[in-house]
Design a protein around this ligand. Structure first.
Ligand SMILES: [Zn+2]
Ligand SMILES: [Zn+2]
Length: 334
């Protein structure tokens, strides 16, 4: 019992099952993780080689080989598959993150959910934009990072999830499906987000923005518009200059420096210590934020609690929505 029992026919059956279930379900069902260094290459598609071997064992021997019972390295899995005539592909590319997928899906959706050839100027252009995104450290990037052919492959991965694509053959991941769903759900917003990211990248505006603690992990997208625009949002709100100018403007208009959602007034609550304190929230929707300069009218004054509540979970609330919520809550308590 072991890898030596696996036959070519069993590998082909495992590949067929992988195609049928899709990568996520396949890996989940048999308890494997995505391949990190080598993938099996078959008919132009990539497969997680260790998982394929484990499942091929089921077809050869009646029982899948669990991940814990064998190593996935070149000496074992690669050697077995090689001897059966299969080819390998060193996985050199870094996994695509949400913002990159927004741009790829934008191009795909704008072309009727059909992939484009690598020679198309749109694909070459996208490849160049992707290389400019400040999302993967330059020193970690392989030479072919986000090449036109990797752009094309990613477009195919996303396209495979589209409802119109009936032959469901894909080895895309869960994010490939989610980005497609996001575009189908709210195309205008997602296209605007793509436009915003592009504009922000080309102007250099998104280049050096720090990541914030509010930014969640890849799988947990804090906003469908992606993390670069989220960074931009927080950076604008934390600009001391903008805040000072906004407060000066409100004072000049003779209005109170208080929360626009709950009316909390820091000076009343904390005296002198709170007299100049308030947070500003940028009200321009995320998908438009990369395109324009901040105007003072785009900033709302919020207390720290209300500001936190707007951002605490998705979707972010508007100031009006939060004001209504606070009012309703107060009414239920009297
Ligand atoms: Zn408040
Ligand atoms: Zn905010």
């Amino acid at each position: 019992m072991g890898l030596a029992d696996i036959t070519q026919d069993a590998v082909l059956k495992a590949i067929a099952e992988y195609d049928e279930l899709g990568q996520d379900v396949f890996l989940d069902t048999y308890g494997f993780k995505p391949a990190r260094s080598y993938t099996l290459l078959y008919e132009g598609r990539e497969y997680d080689s260790k998982a394929i071997c484990g499942v091929a064992h089921k077809y050869a021997n009646g029982r899948p080989l669990p991940a814990s019972e064998f190593s996935g390295g070149a000496a074992t899995v690669a050697k077995t598959l090689n001897s059966l005539g299969f080819k390998f592909h060193a996985r050199t590319n870094l996994p695509w993150v949400w913002d990159e997928l927004i741009l790829a899906c934008d191009l795909l959706a704008r072309h009727g959910w059909k992939t484009l050839d690598t020679s198309r100027p749109e694909v070459v252009d996208l490849s160049e934009i992707l290389r400019l995104l400040p999302l993967h450290p330059v020193e970690q990037r392989p030479a072919n990072f986000r090449s036109p052919s990797s752009v094309r492959l990613k477009m195919a991965n996303i396209r495979d999830w589209h409802p119109s694509h009936t032959t469901k053959k894909t080895n895309g991941g869960v994010l490939d499906r989610r980005i497609g769903e996001a575009f189908l759900e709210d195309p205008e917003r997602m296209h605007a987000a793509a436009k915003s990211i592009r504009a922000g990248v080309l102007s250099g505006d998104l280049a050096d923005l720090p990541a914030f603690e509010e930014e969640e992990a890849d799988e947990e997208i804090s906003a469908p518009e992606g993390r670069l625009l989220v960074r931009k949002h927080y950076a604008r709100e934390r600009s001391r200059k903008l805040r000072t100018r906004k407060i000066a403007r409100i004072r000049a208009e003779g209005k109170p420096i208080s929360c626009e959602a709950c009316s909390f007034d820091f000076a009343t609550a904390y005296g002198d210590r709170g007299s100049n304190y308030i947070e500003v929230h940028h009200i321009v929707p995320l998908h438009h934020i990369g395109e324009s300069e901040t105007r003072l009218d785009d900033l709302a004054l919020l207390c720290a609690n209300c500001h936190r509540m707007i951002h605490v979970s998705k979707p972010w609330l508007t100031v009006d929505q939060l004001r209504t919520l606070v009012k309703e809550q107060r009414q239920t308590q009297v």
